[in-house]
Each structure stands twice: as C-alpha cells, then as structure tokens.
Design a protein around this ligand. Structure first.
Ligand SMILES: Nc1ncnc2c1ncn2[C@@H]1O[C@H](COP(=O)(O)OP(=O)(O)OP(=O)(O)O)[C@@H](O)[C@H]1O
Length: 653
C-alpha cells in the first residue's frame, strides 16, 4: 500500500476510535480498533509483523493441541479442496492466535509468508491488531475482517474469515480461519467455516469419549445424523458427559448445566430404554420428549463407537485418536457399514467382479486411485461380498497417522508398554482384522522400517504385539490402496520391492469421478445418504455437478452436496448453493440461475468468448431471443454456441 493510503487508513482508524466518524464496516471492527489503541497501545501507521514462536514453543503447543489438530486436519483439507482456490489458506490457531496448522498452496505461501502467515506466527489482536484469527478470539465469535477492516495498513490486502472451535466442555479451544485476498462478501464462506467447525467439534467429542454412548437427536427427524443434529455422549450409567453446540442450543442449556446430569432429567426416558428402542427401530430415530416439557425430539442412542461391529471408520478420518462413525443420514444398523455405494460405471463393475474372484482365493488386492475416489468404499464392497463378510473390516490410513503411531496401531501393545499407552494395552489393527479384511489405505506412505515389519507379518501370518514376545497366528484378507504409483516408488527406492509384490497379488486402478459414467446415480445416492432423497436440482445445478472436474472426487462431491443441502434448507438445489465450485455470484444470482461450470475445460479463446456471451446474456436478462437478435444469429445457433461454451440454457431462454 502506498504511504499516503497507509496514512489515510491510520487516520480513519483513529477517527473511528475517537468516535469522530462512524465509518468502520461494523461494530465488531470498531470495537476491535478501540481495543487495539486503548488496551494494546498499537499504532495503525506502524508496520508490525506477528512474532513467530521459536525453539520448542511451537512443537510444544502442537503436542498439547494434538487431538484438536488431528481432528481438524482432515476437515481443513476437505474445506480447502471444496473452496478450490489456490489463492487462500485454511488456518488453525490456538486461543492465543498462534498458527498451529495450515493448508496452503506453495504459490500462496510465497505471497503470504512475508505478511506473517506461517506456522508459529502469533496473530493475536495484541500483536498485530484487528485480524480474523485474533479478533475471533477476542470477540469469542465468528468474524469477517475484510481488507481495510484490518488495523494495520500492511494487512489491508487480506480478507480473513474466522470462527471459533469449541471443545467438548464448551470452551473455545481453537480458531478456524480462511485468509485470502478476496474482495467479495464472505457470507457463504462463513457458513462453510461454521459447518467445518461443527464437524471438528463432533470429531473432538468422538475422540475424547470413545467409550461413551452417543445420542443423536433433533426436533426434526430428517436432521438426525446430519451436521445439524444435537449430540450428547452418555456414560454407561446414563450420565451426560458432553454435548455439541446444536445439543446445547436445542436443549437451551449450558455445558455446565448438562454435564453429569442423568439422561432422564433431560429426556423423558433412560439410556437403557433409548438404546433398546433404537435397536428395535433399526436405528431410525425414535420419539422422545424433553423432561418436564412437551417438546418432542427424535433420537437414536448407540453403543460406544469402538464397540459397534465394524463402524465406518476410515483411516483418513484420523484414527487412532479420533475414530468416528461417519454419521449416516439414512440410519443403518450397526455393523452394516456400507453406504449406498454406486458402482454403475462399466469399469468398476468389471473391477468388482475381478476383485471378488481374486479375494475368494485369498490373493492380496492393491487399489490405485486418486484421493477420495472411493478406494475404501470399493474395498468394503469387496469385503461385503466375500466369504469373510461375517468378519470385521478394519481400515487404517497410513498417511494420516504420525509415523510414531503406525506401529502401535498396526501391531498393538500390552498394558504399560510405554508412556502414554492406554491402561489396558491395545490390540493392534492386524489382530483386530482376524477373520476379516485389513484395509491399508495410502500404503505408499508407510515408512520403510515398518514396511519390513509388515512384510514379515504377511509372510508368517503371525503378529507379536508390542511389549510381548508371543507371536499370535492371524488370518486376514489384505486390501491395500494408494494414490501413488507403487511400482514407480519401488524404482525410486522409496518402497520395498518384496512388499510391493506381496501386496499387489492383483492391482486395480479405480477411475476418478470425472471419468465415471454413473455420476448422476452417485449424486442421487449421496442425496439419499444426506437424508434428502426428495431433493430437486435445477437444470443448471445438474449441469454444474455433472461437468465439474472434481479434483477431490467422490469425497469432494459428497461434501459439496452436504453443504448444498444445508444451505438450501429444504429448497431445490441451485447454483447459489454450490459456492465452493466457483460459480460467479452474478451468474448464480441471475434468474433461473444459469451456471458457469467448466471454464477450466475451455481454451483461452473459448473462455473469453464465453465471458463476453455471458455478459450479453446477463445484460439481456437471459432472454435468448433478444440476445440472438442482438448478435444477428438464429436462436438455434445461439443455443449451439451456449452448449459449446458450456453455458446452461435457462428456463426463460
Ligand atoms: N461408490 C460410491 N458410491 C457413492 N459414494 C461413494 C462411493 N465411493 C465413495 N463414495 C463417497 O466418497 C467418500 C470417499 O470415499 P472413500 O473413503 O472410499 O475414498 P478413498 O479413495 O478411500 O479416499 P482417500 O483417498 O481420502 O482415502 C465416501 O465417504 C462416500 O461419501
């Protein structure tokens, strides 16, 4: 920013703080500016970079916040993929504004680092003035700090949207922030960030209370098992241990009021009754009433996550700290872990048949596919149809586990084996998969020393839990998967050749979503998953979804649909409900919501032609007859051109 503009900015800040002008974009910003001047003694005309923690400070903080970071990591990556914009960072700070984890492209990092957006940087209000992360902490609520809302002029190129993340005790534990150079309103992003924060909080509850009974509830049955559900965790004696934000809101209670309370003081029922009725109802929501009131709720009580048959734990979803049962929108009985998977694509049909044949003979199966392309769902389908279907399906993601934990996760340990070990010891995943299937996802990320140990297990079919010297025989079907090319890794010396041969009894490549012919069916099934089997999509939304390149594959599609369902709140899904797919706001807002799905696939000339045609269409309110006339072409020619340029035809065209 030129010096004169920086000085203007500083004057404006002081004027607002002195109350001479009322020209801050909102009260939150004005209050924050006042704090910066009056409490922190900051000067907006001075350049101030956030201090960066040195030495052991950052690793120490990261260790203390390990569970939060692990629970947030996956959701942050998903959010980043959903936003699909390399010019932004998804950031997690602690409540002192220290950046603990970031998802950021190298390109944006180069731009953002000189501004202090780096691991260990302290973005508290006291250090750098009004900013998304620090002001969110100070304000204890969601904030948007857009460009000139920043206190220091050097940050006025940034836009930061931040929301608090609460721990199971209801205390703010972290801040989730998206920082970019966006000049656009951040309303949609704020919704997405809030949703992501809620997902992280639910994971934190699962991680902290693995041995407790989860109770899912909502006043509307279709919201049970969705992000909007209230969630309580209850001990065996029926006492409430924790509640998520939705539960607190729905029950009108604070965390302290709920903690330790017997369930029957909250609902007119006991835990045993709820468990029994939930089981009888095949885990469809059952009716229950608020204690001492007439409010009706729909609820499902379940056994603790780790006791439920083969819960839908994916390694990518951060075990061992936080294994969680993916909340199915359509309730399924425990043990019945498969979602309504779709395998309508001819290549997948053939692969599934091949996989079933080879697995019947006990041959190890290696899957290769892009991230989120459905490797685990495919592996589950193979397991479900094989002769081990009665046995457990145990999944572990080698990429999402810290190296130090893979070993104990796989091989287990006995009680007291090392500091921090669980009191009763733990059976390793390999032992748990006895009689069933062991799914090793992202096997390419397994460290070399552990590859040797795994190889030995595969050869001997015996495991020796950590801290013991008694090998135990074990019988499991191995399915492994990676998005990396293991053969190439072997050639580079990054993966053991002998292990590769052991894993790849047969190797199958699963197609990415953009190449699958069954996309429409998948979308329908995912909407069923989200409890919105009846959801209508506008033609433009269909067009967008069917042609999007989906770099994050099915996982991204699932998340995008989940957000859209939440944003639409019961209405038909239109372009405006898919903000992360980069539909230009003006286009999405136009009548009939015609979309701009695939600029990425157009040549630069076509993209230019598309942009100018969109302008004309917009200026003529999408009246195709008028536009055709103004361009001197027939309506049919215009339709063909729109089709070529991937501009959906509107209902009023
Ligand atoms: N065949 C399918 N039909 C419908 N939905 C699917 C299918 N396969 C995957 N999904 C959806 O995509 C999500 C990701 O699937 P899955 O976990 O199997 O992918 P993955 O390739 O193992 O992911 P990662 O590479 O991140 O480990 C699932 O939660 C589910 O919502």
């Amino acid at each position: 920013m030129p010096v004169s503009e920086a000085l203007d900015h500083a004057h404006r800040v002081f004027d607002v703080v002195r109350g001479e002008i009322l020209h801050a974009s909102n009260d939150v910003v004005a209050q924050s500016w006042a704090r910066c001047v009056q409490q922190h003694g900051l000067d907006p005309s001075q350049r101030r970079l956030p201090p960066v923690l040195g030495g052991v400070d950052l690793p120490g903080r990261q260790r203390r916040m390990a569970t939060v970071i692990e629970c947030a990591r996956y959701e942050m990556t998903t959010l980043y993929q959903q936003l699909g914009d390399p010019a932004l960072a998804v950031v997690l700070t602690d409540t002192e504004g220290v950046i603990l984890h970031m998802v950021i492209s190298q390109e944006f990092e180069r731009l953002a680092q000189p501004l202090g957006l780096s691991l260990g940087a302290v973005w508290s209000e006291a250090e750098v003035g009004t900013n998304g992360m620090g002001t969110c902490v100070a304000q204890a609520g969601p904030v948007v700090v857009q460009q000139a809302d920043h206190f220091q002029s050097q940050y006025t190129g940034l836009t930061c949207t931040a929301v608090p993340v609460y721990d199971p005790a209801g205390q703010m534990t972290a801040v989730l922030d998206v920082s970019s150079r966006s000049i656009h309103p951040q309303n949609h992003l704020l919704v997405l960030l809030n949703m992501t924060a809620r997902m992280i909080e639910n994971r934190l509850i699962d991680a902290r209370f693995r041995d407790a009974h989860p109770i899912h509830f909502h006043s509307r049955p279709e919201f049970v098992y969705t992000l909007h559900e209230g969630k309580l965790v209850v001990d065996d004696g029926g006492r409430i241990l924790a509640a998520n934000q939705s539960a607190l809101t729905q029950l009108g209670a604070t965390p302290t009021e709920l903690r330790g309370k017997p369930l029957e003081q909250v609902f007119q029922t006991t835990l045993d009754d709820m468990l029994e009725r939930s089981q009888r109802a095949a885990f469809h929501p059952i009716v229950t009433y608020r204690a001492n009131a007439a409010n009706r709720f729909f609820a499902v009580a379940r056994q603790p996550v780790h006791e439920e048959g083969t819960p839908r734990i994916t390694g990518a979803q951060v075990p061992p700290i936080a294994p969680r049962v993916q909340p199915p929108a359509r309730p399924r009985p425990p043990g019945h872990a498969m979602p309504a998977a779709t395998f309508g694509d001819p290549r997948l049909v053939a692969h599934l048949a091949t996989a079933r044949r080879v697995v019947a003979g006990g041959t190890p199966l290696l899957l290769r596919a892009e991230t989120g392309a459905g490797k685990e769902v495919f592996a589950r389908a193979v397991h479900a149809s094989g002769n081990r279907t009665g046995g457990p399906f145990v999944a572990i993601n080698c990429a999402s586990l810290p190296e130090s934990l893979i070993e104990s996760e796989l091989f287990g340990y006995r009680a007291g084996a090392f500091t921090g070990a669980e009191k009763g010891g733990r059976r390793g995943k390999i032992a748990q998969s006895d009689g069933g299937t062991l799914f090793l996802d992202e096997i390419g990320d397994m460290p070399l020393p552990l590859q040797a140990r795994l190889l030995r297990v595969l050869d001997e079919r015996m495991v020796t839990p950590l801290g013991t010297d008694e090998p135990r025989p074990i019988d499991f079907q191995l399915i492994s998967a990676s998005h990396r090319n293991l053969a190439e890794m072997v050639a580079e010396g990054e993966f053991r050749q002998d292990l590769y041969y052991r894993l790849a009894g047969i190797e199958l490549e699963l197609p990415p979503l953009r190449e699958r012919g069954d996309r429409a069916e998948i979308i329908r099934n995912l909407l069923v998953e989200e409890g919105r089997a009846d959801a209508a999509l506008t033609p433009a939304a269909w067009d967008l979804l069917l042609h999007h390149p989906w770099p994050g594959n099915l996982r991204q599609l699932h998340h995008v649909l989940r957000s859209a369902v939440a944003l639409a709140a019961g209405a038909a899904l239109g372009l405006e409900h898919f903000p992360s797919l980069n539909v230009p706001a003006s286009v999405a807002a136009a009548a009939g919501a015609p979309g701009a799905p695939e600029e990425a696939f157009l040549s630069p000339q076509d993209a230019e032609e598309r942009a100018s045609l969109l302008n004309v269409l917009e200026s003529q309110r999408w009246n195709v007859s008028h536009v055709a006339k103004s361009l001197g072409v027939s309506r049919n020619t215009l339709y063909r051109r729109m089709h070529r340029l991937r501009i959906p035809v509107t209902h009023n065209g």
